[in-house]
Design a protein around this ligand. Sequence first.
Ligand code: DGY
Length: 429
Amino acid sequence: MTDTTDKTAQKILRANDRGGYTVPTPGLYPYQWNWDSAFAALGFATFDLNRAWQEVETLFQGQWTDGFLPHIVFRVDEPSYFPGPSIWRTGVTPPTSGITQPPVVATVVRALFEQDNNRDRLEALYPKILAWHRWFATYRDPLNNGLVMTSHPWETGRDNSPEWDVPARGVDSSKVEPYERRDLGHVDSDMRPKKDDYDRYIAILEFGRSVGWNHKTIAEKGPFRVLDVGLSFILLRANRDLLALAEALSRSDDVDFLRDRIELAEYGVSYLWDEAIGAFCSRDLIADKSSGMCTSTSFLALYADVGSVDQRARLFENFKRIATTTRYMLPSTDPHHSAFDSKRYWRGPVWAVVNLMAAIGFYEQGYALEADRIREDTLSLIKKAGFFEAFDPISGEGTGGPDFTWTAAVWLYWSGLGQHFKDDIGEMV
Ligand code: DGY
């Protein structure tokens, strides 16, 4: 029997607290990660609102002067993790990585603000978030259609998704400097990326380092350039939430920029629609080709409030097909695809944070049954296995690291809402 009370979830957040910021899990991920911290803030908000704001504030200590918000802030050098600050060599203080991560922060900050109306804290954070969103518009919208280009699988947060297999084949990893992986000392190798994939991650990192982390050059010449469904939907949603915050603060100068970005993306997403699959799929920019895969992030179309009536009908066919054959929703990769692997990183396991965003989208768009199924499955997985990083969608077994910050946060967020989920979720985020 696992111990999954709110108290245990709170204890995990406190235990992973390193003094104003949390690590995702000790050992495997011993620094502050970008979207992990955003979700951590949602968890803290259920019992310590001050600490919730602080989590986002410390994340922005790693922001670069051009608005870029890195995916990791390294404040110490932890031998338990590779690649650490001495490998990234971005030359900034505090040391950070040189790539970003899904921008859920604006959405979370809107939720915090709606909870306590803390104008001072919002005033301080708002320009920083806006600068990051402007950075995306400047460096990561190569087709000027509001979609987000990723330069590294790690930026998508879905590191080892089979969506990256084909685009990553063009990455030359033959000259990668010798390195020693540390992740395999913490987690079973059958739950982690394989060596070839890891070599490519490091080769892409070394490319960024070789051009001095010049984001313009990376966007134009990087060896991995893909329009990511997840990043695109998450940023579209985040721009809407930032617009609501701009209006709350009467920042009329920013409203036009945000409205333009939203409108561009609303039309732009059609570029990601794959008619053969009946889903929004990521698209390799170098080969100009759809991944042809329905993943858990394809279902974030509702969270981003996009898709025509016909597209949504096709998406629901996929949902039903997967839901009737899979015990626990949402598997990160379509279980009927040959690349599906129920245990390996982002190739099959269920992730509580994607489920949270997907359920919010389903609920908001009037699909309460599907939202409830996703929520119930997430809570059942946690009750069965504990606060793991992810879960096998077939057996329900925990995968990846234990005592995971964002899993505890999602638990708290959902258990806090309890039976009132149906009524309250639209208001919370
Ligand atoms: C890793 O090291 O596996 C991370 O996911 C990179 O963000």
